[in-house]
Design a protein around this ligand. Structure first.
Ligand SMILES: Nc1nc2c(c(=O)[nH]1)N[C@H]1C(S)=C(S)[C@@H](COP(=O)(O)O)O[C@H]1N2
Ligand SMILES: [Mo]
Length: 315
């Protein structure tokens, strides 16, 4: 069978069509209620203050309404509209993250103990999905390196493994017979990638805490890699010696490599990765495509991590 990830973007309903429909509905509902529409499984979205980071892109931002209604979060269903519909059931408080493996200070850390010691920053980053769409999102978070330094990786730690929550009672995509992925959703980075200043743990976007469908309460954002590396709703971070398994390469090893760096020269086996459509930019016949940039435009900052590697082999 085919999952949404297997479908080239040309086959996917133009976002603009269904978005205009649902915004019409949301807008009408809000008008009737006399309130502003702040929708989206985000019952608990609260304002979040953050300093502006100079590491941001100055490209125009994707509209919030688009960023919170067109999501990949298979724990809540495989359709782009499913996470917004279904993620309201996720309980994000209390939230603990287990940090274990090759660290001097392993433990189960409460959300506040992880987030509070770091100053939050707003970082406007591009997120580029392997399905060849992209968005520009004002994330709020802090460098993953800050957290890793606090738990003191041992010298034999070479990779960082991440895990998402497994809670079928709250995650409809984890129930039933036909499941899109093995759970938990897992991802990994090489330690130097994890320590890179562009790699952040995000706890908010658009000046508020993360809506559930975007990975509340804490998710990874690695802007030079395809979107699936940016694992959501993290409950475990392990420092390990060997390259850890990752969900998409478990599901389809021939199509998804470990590194997953955005690379216009390496096609997905069934479609090109040379160009992308920016969500919200032109619609239908007027849909624009823009050329995809090596490392999603972050080559200057990250290319040196891969010196001497053949990025076609290590894709
Ligand atoms: N736990 C979990 N994390 C996940 C996913 C998922 O299905 N489950 N999907 C990934 C994919 S394929 C993409 S493109 C991004 C999408 O992030 P967004 O919905 O905030 O745009 O989340 C990634 N993180
Ligand atoms: Mo994706």
């Amino acid at each position: 069978m085919r999952y949404p990830h297997d479908i080239p973007s040309s086959e996917i309903t133009p976002k603009s069509l269904y978005l205009s429909r649902r915004e019409l509905i949301a807008g009408t509902a809000a008008m009737l209620a006399g309130t502003t529409a702040l929708t989206g499984g985000s019952a608990h979205a609260a304002p979040l203050a953050a300093a502006k980071s100079p590491l941001s892109t100055d490209e125009p931002q994707t509209r919030r309404a688009d960023a919170v209604s067109y999501n990949n979060f298979y724990e809540f269903g495989t359709d782009k509209a499913d996470p917004e519909k279904n993620a309201g059931s996720l309980k994000t408080s209390p939230w603990n993250v287990k940090i274990d493996g090759l660290v001097e200070k392993p433990g189960t850390y409460a959300y506040d103990d992880i987030v509070k010691p770091s100053g939050l920053e707003e970082r406007i980053y591009r997120l580029r999905c392997v399905e060849a769409w992209s968005m520009v999102i004002p994330w709020i978070g802090f460098p993953l390196a800050d957290l890793l330094k606090r738990v003191e990786p041992k010298s034999n730690a070479k990779f960082v493994a991440f895990e998402t929550l497994v809670r079928p009672e709250e995650m409809p995509g984890q129930r039933g017979l036909l499941q899109a992925l093995p759970w938990p959703y897992v991802e990994g980075l090489r330690l130097d990638e994890a320590m890179h200043p562009l790699t952040i743990l995000a706890v908010g976007m658009y000046g508020e805490t993360l809506p559930n469908q975007c990975g509340a309460p804490i998710r990874l954002v690695v802007p030079w890699k395809y979107g699936y590396k940016s694992i959501k709703s993290i409950v475990r971070i392990s420092l390990v010696e060997k390259q850890p398994p990752t969900s998409w390469s478990l599901q389809n090893p021939s199509e998804y490599g470990f590194f997953s760096n955005v690379n216009p020269a390496v096609d997905h086996p069934r479609w090109s990765q040379a160009s992308e459509r920016r969500i919200g930019e032109g619609t239908g016949l007027f849909q624009k495509r823009r050329p995809t940039l090596m490392f999603n435009g972050y080559a200057e900052q990250v290319a040196s991590l891969y010196t001497g590697m053949d990025l076609r082999v290590n894709h």
